[in-house]
Ligand binder design. Structure first.
Ligand SMILES: Cc1cc2nc3c(=O)[nH]c(=O)nc-3n(C[C@H](O)[C@H](O)[C@H](O)COP(=O)(O)OP(=O)(O)OC[C@H]3O[C@@H](n4cnc5c(N)ncnc54)[C@H](O)[C@@H]3O)c2cc1C
Length: 363
């Protein structure tokens, strides 16, 4: 950690700090981020630059929780950026895709550590999709997973709690998080890869294996969990109101094309933010993420998913698989030109150019 300012509620860390290190250090100081994604293996710079997010009614992506950053630009200048200093660069560089320079430090807005109560419970696809808006409104952090080939979803509601802490017992956590969500799930995916016809049956078993549970703990232990089963992923950010229609179309598509999908589809939300290339830029957002077990053909599934998502004006996660280019993205992001103008100014010779950036931002 580089600096901690309790009065301002900010903490500055080196860009290569992992979210795990950040969370543990914050917790040791009685502090916490407001919201985060599913894992904490990423560096803070990688998570911020690609718009990494969790789920939230009022709180957005990790990039929406930063109040300052230090950037080394193409000509070697070190820029200190915040809403007050180099504000235009700060606005763009919060989700910067590595295109504007090398981020060397990030300042987060943090808050006194709090407790979250997680309630995980199965619900049917019909019940979740019918009450999605209400579930999002009633909970600070609502998300769900739908198991393809079944009518089953697992829902997770995280809300602040006055305590007392009631962490998962070691045995319970091990059975659900390690054995069912990783060990047995990995074995089931491997079987599904070898014998695709077994996938629907396995999906029904997986959906049934995860039971209801409630626990209360510090935020990072509730938001994140171990993810040891390897997968490929595509995630699209949609206008919130399009989420359930898109999910129903996804379900029909999987059935119509007789795809075999062993991984659940994850649905999360974020409030609109003011970052030009944030996937939630300017609109309340729902995220739909599809996954395929590593080594399983994924193109048919991902291509058909992408057709559905783009028809709803979807924006792909910058750090996951997608096939969009600058022409599409310029239409999907109203402030796209604002970002590319900052890029042209800071890196006119494309010192930070690469194939991906040429595709998504243009030459
Ligand atoms: C198992 C798993 C779970 C995940 N869960 C989530 C989730 O819940 N929510 C979500 O939104 N995403 C999730 N992701 C995606 C993940 O958060 C992003 O891919 C993230 O960018 C990875 O961070 P990293 O440190 O490995 O990044 P890297 O691969 O090191 O960097 C990613 C990009 O960030 C930029 N970058 C990195 N460091 C700098 C720097 N110092 N200066 C300038 N630019 C920089 C570069 O453009 C780089 O290509 C998940 C990924 C995995 C593998």
């Amino acid at each position: 950690m580089r600096a901690i300012d309790r009065a301002a509620g900010t903490v500055t860390v080196a860009a290569g700090t992992t979210l795990r290190q950040l969370n543990r250090t914050l917790s040791a100081h009685g502090l916490s981020l407001t919201n985060m994604g599913d894992i904490m293996e990423q560096t803070v710079s990688g998570a911020v630059a690609t718009g990494t997010h969790g789920t939230g009614r009022d709180s957005g992506a990790i990039a929406a929780q930063i109040v300052g950053l230090e950037l080394v630009t193409a000509d070697g200048t070190v820029l200190t950026c915040s809403a007050k200093e180099n504000a235009e660069v700060f606005t763009a560089a919060r989700v910067g895709l590595g295109a504007l320079g090398v981020v060397t430090a990030i300042t987060f807005a943090v808050e006194p550590e709090f407790l979250l109560t997680a309630r995980e419970e199965p619900m049917s696809f019909g019940a979740v999709t019918a009450s999605f808006d209400r579930l999002v409104e009633e909970n600070e952090h609502f998300e769900f997973y739908w198991f393809p080939h079944t009518d089953s979803c697992t829902t997770k509601r995280n809300n602040r709690s006055a305590g007392p802490p009631a962490p998962l017992g070691r045995a319970g956590a091990w059975v659900q998080d390690e054995l069912l969500s990783n060990g047995a799930f990995g074995a089931a995916c491997a079987l599904g890869r070898a014998v695709p016809a077994t996938v629907p049956g396995i999906a029904r078993l997986s959906a049934r294996a995860l039971s209801a549970r409630t626990y209360t703990d510090v935020p990072y232990k509730v938001f994140t969990s171990p993810r040891r089963v390897r997968f490929l992923e595509m995630e699209y950010a949609l206008p919130r109101e399009a989420a359930t229609a898109a999910l129903r179309e996804l379900r029909s598509m999987i059935e119509r094309r007789r795809l075999r999908v062993s991984f659940p589809v994850e649905v999360r939300t974020a409030p609109a933010d003011d970052i030009p290339l944030s996937t939630a830029s300017g609109r309340d957002t729902a995220y739909i993420a599809v996954h395929m077990y590593k080594g399983t053909p994924h193109r048919a599934y991902f291509t058909a998913t992408e057709q559905i998502m783009t028809a709803h004006g979807g924006r792909p996660h910058w750090g996951k698989l997608h096939s969009r280019d600058a022409a599409y993205l310029a239409g999907a992001y109203p402030r796209f030109a604002e970002f590319t103008a900052v890029r042209d100014r800071l890196d006119p010779h494309r010192v930070f150019g690469n194939d991906y950036l040429r595709r998504v931002l243009g030459e």
